[in-house]
Design a protein around this ligand. Structure first.
Ligand code: NDP
Length: 261
């Protein structure tokens, strides 16, 4: 009986039953694990990526959840609008956006091409802006007091070493301040906008990193290990759910204390 009271209390704080969540880049890595977590918390999850997320949808359905995959490049405004129109047609709501799709290029600034700089800024910053704006329009039109969670990184606050990644660092710093800007601008509509800043997390993006680079990172990490995508799920659920009703414009750092040094 007491267990039931605790469960319903936790459900009030962190449950997402009846909500529609959108996850970009949910076909693998952090997006995949978070999409599964949002579904387990009760949300129906729409997943957007360029190459599809059938495996994530299958994993969610196997766990008894509801999800579907849509194709869109987040840098393409028209494709994003079309994908969001499909979400509204299927789910008739859009309560949570986990704006997660992103890329990273490691390169020496003196050798980097402007095309590389543009592609990182285009996906990581402009892509999140395009998605947040399109989702914000829908939320405002429908009177939804939604939650937008933008994927930033500890690289938005510190400069990683020994690899050089000025474009990535700049894009994530941009995400953090764009988040604060939208949080203030859309508070009048009851829409909350926060960012999440992980440290090094073991995913396809970082697992393919050369071993010598990972060996160089290890002594710099206070926990002497990379984070797991699962260790971000609770943070996203907190930012998505009613538990964070007065949290907006925050950057939630989940980095094993890396930026404290
Ligand atoms: P992955 O490379 O494992 O996954 C990236 C996802 O983004 C893929 O599903 C990819 O799908 C999608 N994606 C990339 N570009 C686009 C695009 N233009 N339009 C739509 N979808 C796109 O990366 P991670 O899971 O490691 O990273 C996810 C996010 O977390 C990124 O924003 C990253 O910067 C951030 N992050 C990662 C950290 C880490 O250590 N891994 C640390 C801090 C932040 P597809 O190719 O099918 O489009």
């Amino acid at each position: 009986m007491q267990g039931d009271i605790y469960m319903s209390y936790l459900e009030t704080l962190f449950g997402l039953k009846g909500k529609t969540a959108l996850v970009t880049g949910g076909g693998r890595g952090i997006g995949q694990v978070v999409a599964i977590g949002l579904a387990k918390a009760g949300a129906e999850v729409a997943i957007i990526s360029r190459t599809g997320a059938d495996e994530t949808v299958k994993l969610i359905e196997q766990a008894g959840g509801r999800a579907y995959s849509l194709l869109a490049d987040v840098t393409d405004e028209k494709a994003v609008d079309a994908a969001l129109a499909s979400v509204i047609a299927r789910s008739d709501s859009l309560d949570i956006v986990f704006n997660n799709a992103g890329i990273c290029i490691h390169e020496d600034t003196l050798k980097a091409t402007i095309a590389d700089w543009r592609s990182v800024l285009d996906i990581n910053l402009t892509g999140e802006y395009i998605m947040a704006r399109a989702a914000g329009r829908i939320m405002i039109e429908k009177g939804i007091r939604g939650s937008i969670i933008n994927m930033a990184s500890m690289s938005g606050s510190i400069v990683n070493i020994p690899q050089w990644q000025a474009s990535y660092n700049a894009s994530k710093a941009g995400v953090i301040h764009m988040t604060r800007s939208l949080a203030v601008e859309w508070a009048q509509y009851g829409i909350r906008v926060n960012s999440l800043s992980p440290g090094y997390i073991a995913t396809p993006m970082s697992v393919d990193t050369p071993q010598e680079l990972k060996d160089a990172w290890m002594p710099l990490m206070p926990f002497h290990r990379m984070g797991k995508p699962e260790e971000l799920v609770g943070a996203v659920i907190y930012l998505a759910a009613d538990s964070s009703g007065y949290t907006s414009g925050s950057d939630l750092i989940v980095d094993g204390a890396y930026v404290c040094q």
